[in-house]
Design a protein around this ligand. Structure first.
Ligand code: ATP
Ligand code: MG
Length: 443
């Protein structure tokens, strides 16, 4: 089989002392060639790390030496040779090669420096993701993304949730906003879904009780910020027989589990990124919306009135205040004015101006929004009308509330925002392979 012929080990699998003098075959990319005259180092890089391949001029055939010297960076090679412990080399060993096969030669010059010595602009990195991903720092981010998604799935499974997928091509806007991408669906107009909200509520009523989905959401908002994408990955859940407080616990558990799994399974990647990850302590602090407004008015640079939505600036004031007080990045803002939350949010029975809602925040931005949902048909229909929407276009959704809809609650958590805050990255585009934003549609 090809795989065995081209590679017996990954660079990380080699134990220098135990495997000294053994023959191994490594496969990967030429990270760097250092020609020191009498000695030539070829640094081979694979997904797991680097290995130094050392050729001493006097000891090898001169053609072989010259060929190695001229290897192009980022060419794909397979190297067979013997292992020699060497403290100064990466991973504590070098390989003395018998054979180097070039599997495919790379063009030159490269669109960016894969050794990370020369920093490239974000746009250059995104235009050339295929090469950018070769940088250990970039690939570390996406391995951590994998660990986060795996941990999220684990936690949902552990808590009895069923994974679902809902349609992304839909006929109705979720929240009636204008932030939708219209598409042509045969001879009709359709949209790319901005949230699985309505579908996950229907699913949950249909006997699955506790559901989750990890999938794309599309938002045609024209913002050009470092925390918004036009296509993002949303981690969504909906849980029957639950209120907002029940699902806040699931959210805290999800976050804490993601952090601890990354810490456990991606220590090498965290090292590449220079991060000493702290698992957040649960439960997270809970502030009411009214308390948040008071803090913003007392400590912030702007005056907000009860009923206003929080601006980016006020989110910063609040996050910094909470962090100074508690030393924690994550916190909840609960009990929002009903008017500024979506129509499906459940108002408190004894004070309908306030709703059973929350946002979960990280110091500088929102990570998640959630709520207990309205499960009464009439109330929901009224709320849709009050928000100036046409209940007829919500038939498919409203119907589900006529045939035994349990009380329920749910949240949506931005996968990219979770990752960028976990890794302390400033720009959300860093954690998406091929970001879609105001200007970027390719690659
Ligand atoms: P914001 O006010 O920060 O724009 P939102 O309140 O519009 O967010 P929700 O509709 O509450 O967002 O979506 C739930 C979560 O999905 C958000 O908390 C966020 O983590 C993520 N999310 C929403 N829109 C985007 C986007 N355009 N880009 C990246 N993540 C997003
Ligand atoms: Mg929100």
């Amino acid at each position: 089989m090809l795989m065995e012929k081209l590679r017996t080990h990954h660079t990380r699998d080699i134990e220098p002392e135990e495997m000294a003098d053994k023959s191994v075959t490594l496969a990967g990319w030429v990270h760097e060639v250092r020609d020191l005259g009498g000695i030539c180092f070829v640094v081979l890089r694979d997904r797991e790390g680097m290995a130094q391949v050392t050729l001493v001029k006097k000891k090898v055939d001169s053609d072989f030496f010259n060929k190695a010297k001229k290897l192009m960076r980022e060419s794909v090679i397979s190297v067979t040779g013997t292992v020699k412990p060497e403290e100064k080399a990466p991973n504590g060993y070098e390989v003395l090669p018998d054979d180097i096969t070039v599997l495919n030669e790379s063009c030159t010059p490269l669109p960016l420096d894969t050794t990370g010595k020369v920093e490239a602009e974000m746009d250059t990195c995104l235009d050339s993701r295929y090469v950018d991903l070769r940088k250990p720092r970039t690939s570390a981010i996406f391995k951590i993304r994998h660990e986060v998604l795996k941990a999220v799935r684990d936690n949902f499974t552990r808590e009895g949730f069923i994974e679902t997928t809902t349609p992304k091509v839909v006929a109705t806007a979720t929240e009636g906003g204008t932030s939708l991408f219209p598409i042509t669906y045969f001879d009709r107009e359709a949209f790319l879904n901005q949230s699985p909200q309505l579908f996950k509520q229907i699913l949950m009523s249909g006997g699955l009780e506790k559901v989750f989905e990890i999938g794309p959401i599309f938002r045609a908002e024209e913002h050009d910020t470092r925390r918004h994408l036009n296509e993002a990955t949303s981690i969504d859940m909906e849980s029957s027989f639950s209120d907002h407080f029940d699902i806040m616990e699931t959210l805290e558990n999800t976050i804490a589990h993601a952090y601890s799994q990354v810490k456990e399974n991606a220590s090498q990647q965290l090292e590449y990124l220079g991060i000493d990850l702290e698992v957040p302590e649960t439960p997270f602090k809970r502030l009411t919306y009214s308390e948040a407004i008071d803090i913003i008015n007392q400590y912030g640079k702007e005056e907000l009135e009860w009923g206003d939505d929080l601006s980016t600036l006020s989110e910063h004031t609040l996050g910094e205040h909470v962090y100074n007080e508690t030393g924690a990045h994550h916190y909840f803002i609960i009990d929002w004015p009903t008017e500024i939350k979506p129509f499906y949010a459940m108002p408190y029975e004894d004070n309908p101006e306030i709703s059973k809602t929350f946002d979960m925040m990280h110091t500088r931005l929102e990570l998640s929004s959630g709520a207990q949902r309205i499960h009464y048909y009439d109330m929901l229909k009224n709320r849709i009308e009050n928000q100036g929407l046409d209940p007829d276009s919500f038939d498919f959704y409203l119907d589900a509330f006529r045939y035994g809809m349990p009380p329920h609650a749910g949240w949506g958590l931005g996968c990219e925002r979770l990752l960028m805050t976990m890794l302390g990255l400033e720009n959300i585009r860093e954690v998406v392979l091929f970001p879609r934003d105001r200007r970027r549609l390719s690659p």
